[in-house]
Design a protein around this ligand. Structure first.
Ligand code: FMN
Length: 211
């Protein structure tokens, strides 16, 4: 029997979407045994072009590799600060843009650009559809995690070539996301960047046009 979703469920889903946050402040305790694997199973329910499932998850556990990723973040963040327009630089410098030092779990998500799963369907004119598929796995993971009180922070202020080398993954894998995973110090329904005065969410009408 296919499920029939109730009005209560839809209200809860709305709350899940509104309360999913990018988390940079993590409590140190690890997730219960098996939780991360279970969440990754749910991420694999994401749609993918041609059913290619190009996502590849690397659980980064080694302290030396974590340190190398942290150093990449610090260097890239410093460069980003230097490139910031003067009027924004002070605000940028005050932002916390990764939880790499506190998060108990770190997951690098790659896209296998050379996978033959899916037989190339849907990728001939838009090869980037493969990476979009991996992004959908990340978002699925993000929602599934938040639904059980687990926070995720996406770190893109990294040198992907450096992360690739540090994690020694196959050459045809491209970095899609580097995720910090764990319990958030605090929950909020407003993005941290909005609370910090960096940016505000805009209304739908700004994003829709008619032709
Ligand atoms: C592709 C992508 C990359 C991101 N990279 C970073 C990052 O490097 N550092 C960071 O603090 N947040 C990063 N974020 C989180 C966004 O800043 C965040 O999603 C946005 O401010 C909205 O907040 P919310 O996710 O809590 O709704 C990233 C988000 C996405 C989707």
């Amino acid at each position: 029997m296919p499920p029939s979703f109730s009005a209560e469920f839809r209200t809860e889903l709305h709350r899940l979407l509104a309360w999913r946050r990018d988390v940079r402040h993590f409590r140190p305790e690890p997730l219960p045994e098996g939780t991360l694997e279970r969440l990754l199973e749910l991420a694999c329910l994401a749609p993918s072009v041609g059913l290619s499932q190009p996502w590849r998850f690397v659980l980064v556990e080694d302290a030396g590799r974590r340190q190398a990723v942290l150093e990449s973040f610090l260097a890239c963040n410093q460069e980003a600060l230097k490139a910031c327009p003067t009027e924004r630089a002070g605000r940028y410098a005050r932002l916390k843009l990764a939880g790499l030092q506190e998060a108990p779990h770190q997951v690098a998500v790659f896209c296998d650009e050379a996978t033959d799963q899916g037989g190339g369907l849907g990728r001939r004119t838009m090869p980037e559809a493969l990476r979009y598929s991996a992004v959908l796995a990340v978002y699925t993971l993000w929602l599934a995690a938040r639904a059980e009180g687990v926070g995720i922070g996406w770190v893109s202020i990294l040198d992907p070539a450096c992360v690739h080398d540090v994690l020694q993954v196959p050459a045809q894998w491209s970095l899609v996301a580097y995720l910090c995973v764990g319990y958030a110090v605090a929950e909020d329904d407003v993005p941290e960047l909005e609370r910090a005065g960096w940016e505000r969410r805009c209304p739908l009408k700004r994003f829709v046009l008619q032709r």
